[in-house]
Write a protein that binds this ligand. Structure first.
Ligand code: B12
Length: 216
């Protein structure tokens, strides 16, 4: 096992142990060792959260414990974000992208990482936040004239609201003005096709690859 994968495993274990102090210590170690912060988030933090999600599902973890671990991850991401943004690509014209988690869903960590990565790729990203109803996406598309809308959903129940946003944009004659990118743990490529999205990203790196292929 390399030093890097050992650190990723330790991050995942520290999250599972709900050891915030150790999580933050390891976050500093990621910076000190010049490890790619995005790789650390995806292979260390996200992996740890996935395991916690499974424990929660099996009722072996309380929601308060899950929330505590998520808050620790949020703190770590706040430390890593400036490092990610240092690699920002400069573009002559900054295209605007809207991002938000759909109605009924308050999960924000994945959306935030996609936001940061899109910013790093030189896009202007407007983050509408979480639990955003379809009509707000419509109003913001009218008001801000973005080139794309990115929708995050983390639950099987709320992924259907990604479809509602697309339908609402269609109803308002705005669908053809924007590209629509969807993602989140339960979302699939097939679902994206079925609801008429333009693309699906499995993770933040994938999101950037797709958006760049549309606009570069
Ligand atoms: C952390 C977490 C929470 C935290 C969220 C804190 C926060 N600030 O986000 C808290 C504790 C608040 C929470 C609450 C709840 N949660 Co929760 N939660 C999770 C958990 C463990 C991790 C999610 C996460 O942040 N992962 C880390 C990030 C980095 O990964 P990610 O979000 O998947 O994002 C990546 C990709 O998906 C993708 N991506 C994400 N968005 C987008 C968008 C675009 C456009 C693109 C291209 C890509 C993309 O890129 C990201 C980076 O690579 C998941 C388990 C899981 N497997 O996902 C459960 C999970 C999603 N939660 C679940 C549940 C049930 C709930 C609650 C209903 C629990 C309850 N009884 O109250 C509430 C929901 C409240 C609500 N209305 O939304 C279930 C959902 C089950 C289902 N129906 O599908 C899960 C799957 C857990 C489980 N196995 O039971 N949760």
């Amino acid at each position: 096992m390399t030093e890097k994968t050992k650190i990723f495993d330790e991050i995942s274990n520290a999250l599972r142990a709900l050891d915030r102090e150790r999580v933050l210590e390891l976050t500093q170690l990621v910076l000190a060792q010049n490890i790619d912060p995005v790789e650390a988030i995806e292979k260390g933090f996200a992996k740890g959260m996935e395991v916690l999600g499974e424990l929660f599902e099996k009722k072996e973890l309380y929601i308060a414990e899950l929330a505590y671990a998520a808050a620790a991850m949020e703190d770590a991401m706040a430390i890593l974000e400036p490092e990610i943004l240092k690699k920002e690509e400069k573009r002559s014209s900054r295209r605007r992208i809207l991002i938000g988690t759909v109605e009924g869903d308050i999960h924000s960590l994945g959306k935030n990482l996609v936001r940061t990565m899109l910013m790093t790729a030189g896009f202007e990203v407007i983050d509408l936040g979480t639990d955003i109803p379809p009509h707000v996406f419509v109003e913001k598309v009218k008001e801000l004239n973005p080139v794309a809308v990115s929708l995050s959903a983390l639950m099987t129940t709320t992924m259907l609201n990604q479809h509602k946003v697309i339908r609402e944009l269609e109803r308002n004659g705005l669908r053809d003005r924007v590209k629509i990118l969807i993602g989140g743990a339960p979302v699939t490529e097939k679902f994206a096709r079925e609801i008429g999205a333009d693309g699906y990203g499995e993770n933040a790196t994938d999101a950037v690859r797709l958006v760049k292929s549309w606009f570069s």
